[in-house]
Design a protein around this ligand. Structure first.
Ligand SMILES: O=C(O)CCC(=O)C(=O)O
Ligand SMILES: [Fe+2]
Length: 228
């Protein structure tokens, strides 16, 4: 055994609130017979096949196509190709979106007000979302604002709205997981470690689409109320 220990990269602090959210959501997901847990120890990742009906998937695809614009990033990246998809914020008060949005919150057992706006994304061939963490780096300038707007991101729920001909997987290089888009499949993961601090192993990438178009929706949950 080496006498040297690698310096821990500072990412954020442990938190009793996030620890409790991690435990309660995991317990809820694990008691749902439709949900499968990924057999890894470095992060909590879950799958729910056929979660969203084809009708709801198609409705979201149409809504994304009607409202899409170039995706943005919270922190500046020197790489212009970091996130090249189009995005569309889906209005949680619209009678068509609301039931879908609230069903996701209640599946996880997180208050709807902790959820950010459901965001749709569309990737054409060659478009991608390079490796990133969904959690906020607490040493970045944007953290001050994020902290006041619901705080850290805890869980992520992401639904594939269509099958993609080639490419477009979601790849977790540290956790060793690669998920192929499948219409209706819901992917859920905890961005925090058991102690409530950000988990580096949740690094993930929306791999470039090779053939076809990829549509997804992502729901990011905060530790506190985001909606006010
Ligand atoms: O497109 C993907 O597969 C990943 C999307 C993603 O990471 C996100 O929306 O935060
Ligand atoms: Fe992400």
């Amino acid at each position: 055994m080496s006498i040297f220990t690698r310096p821990a990269r500072r990412t954020g602090s442990a938190s009793a609130v996030r620890k409790r959210i991690g435990e309660s959501v995991a317990q809820r997901l694990e008691s749902n017979p439709a949900i499968k847990k990924a057999q890894i120890t470095s992060a909590q990742v879950y799958y729910y096949k056929d979660y969203l009906s084809a009708r709801d998937c198609d409705l979201l695809v149409r809504t994304i196509d009607a409202g899409r614009r170039r995706s943005t990033l919270l922190s500046d990246s020197s790489d212009p190709n970091f996130r090249t998809s189009d995005s569309c914020d889906l209005d949680r008060w619209s009678p068509e979106i609301r039931p879908i949005d609230e069903r996701i919150s209640s599946l996880l057992g997180i208050p709807p007000e902790n959820g950010e706006t459901l965001q749709g994304q569309r990737y054409a061939p060659g478009q991608q979302f390079r490796a990133h963490h969904d959690w906020f780096s607490e040493d970045q300038p944007y953290w001050k604002d994020m902290k006041e707007q619901g705080g850290q991101r805890t869980w992520t729920a992401m639904i594939y709205l269509n099958d993609v001909e080639e490419g477009g997987s979601t790849w977790f290089p540290e956790a060793g997981i690669r998920v192929k888009p499948k219409k209706g499949l819901l992917l859920i993961w905890n961005n925090m470690k058991p102690d409530g601090s950000p988990n580096l192993s949740t690094l993930h990438e929306g791999v470039a689409v090779a053939k076809g178009t990829k549509y997804i929706v992502t729901k990011w949950f905060r530790e506190g109320a985001w909606l006010r």
